[in-house]
Design a binder for this molecule. Sequence first.
Ligand SMILES: NC(=O)c1ccc[n+]([C@@H]2O[C@H](COP(=O)([O-])OP(=O)(O)OC[C@H]3O[C@@H](n4cnc5c(N)ncnc54)[C@H](O)[C@@H]3O)[C@@H](O)[C@H]2O)c1
Length: 257
Amino acid sequence: MRRFERDVAIVTGAGSGLGRATALLLASEGGKVACLDVVSDAAEKTQREITEAGGTGQAVVVDVSDPASVAAAITTAVSTLGRPTIVVNVAGIGRFEHTVDVTFDDWSRILGVNLTGTFLVAQAALPHLLEGGGTIINIASNAGLMGQKYSAAYCASKGGVVNLTRALAIEYQDRGVRVNCVAPGGMDTPMVMSEDSGFQPPAGVDLDQFVQEFARVMSPFGNATPEEVATLIAYVASDDARYMSGSIVSIDGGITA
Ligand SMILES: NC(=O)c1ccc[n+]([C@@H]2O[C@H](COP(=O)([O-])OP(=O)(O)OC[C@H]3O[C@@H](n4cnc5c(N)ncnc54)[C@H](O)[C@@H]3O)[C@@H](O)[C@H]2O)c1
């Protein structure tokens, strides 16, 4: 039997990168997958890929930083696919900026999507998970476990995701809900590779200086593929990980060792 045959999964950020890879993998092993993203075309593309491969997916548009949008998206996912048993909080944004240049809007947007968004989706999904058990996997980053230049808001948001995970794990560990966190290092996804990625050297920092400054977060293994990280997420979501809760699992080529 395929691992997720009896599961309904909600995956945020499912239109791109790690969210897409996770949605495709869970669906390929029998899960019915709600593909949540703020970009409707991207969510629909992932849904199409799932359907074309013989799986079941449903695109749902959401802005995870908006409580009303999250509530509506979870209601749509549940009414279309059924009670969720797996929730994967992947949606995330970031940019490199000198801290002195970070506007209140930049700070609020990054915290709003990465940390508040993770909280809102978990909160809206929890009543359903509590009805019969389930699991939440939050995506942090090496940047949630260590300092990184030009990344105050991103580091703060991902550090928040790490300890939000522990708080939820403790609160719900005797009620059939496991909560864990996967913390990737560099991954080859549009977040870091697209031309309009926010992860470009900030003003006044040339490429040589930037490469030197970021040497400590570059693994000799290079970057991970999103599929490699999705494989870990699928393990944590599966019944094989029954004994895991409150864990922060790094997959970062050794940079936080
Ligand atoms: N790429 C990396 O090197 C790296 C490293 C460590 C951690 N991460 C984390 O992994 C996760 C996935 O990143 P990725 O590299 O696949 O990025 P990505 O940019 O390829 O995908 C992120 C997805 O989130 C969606 N999204 C953004 N804001 C949203 C919102 N308000 N509501 C709903 N969806 C929204 C985007 O539309 C996009 O589809 C993020 O949480 C990121 O912080 C990435």
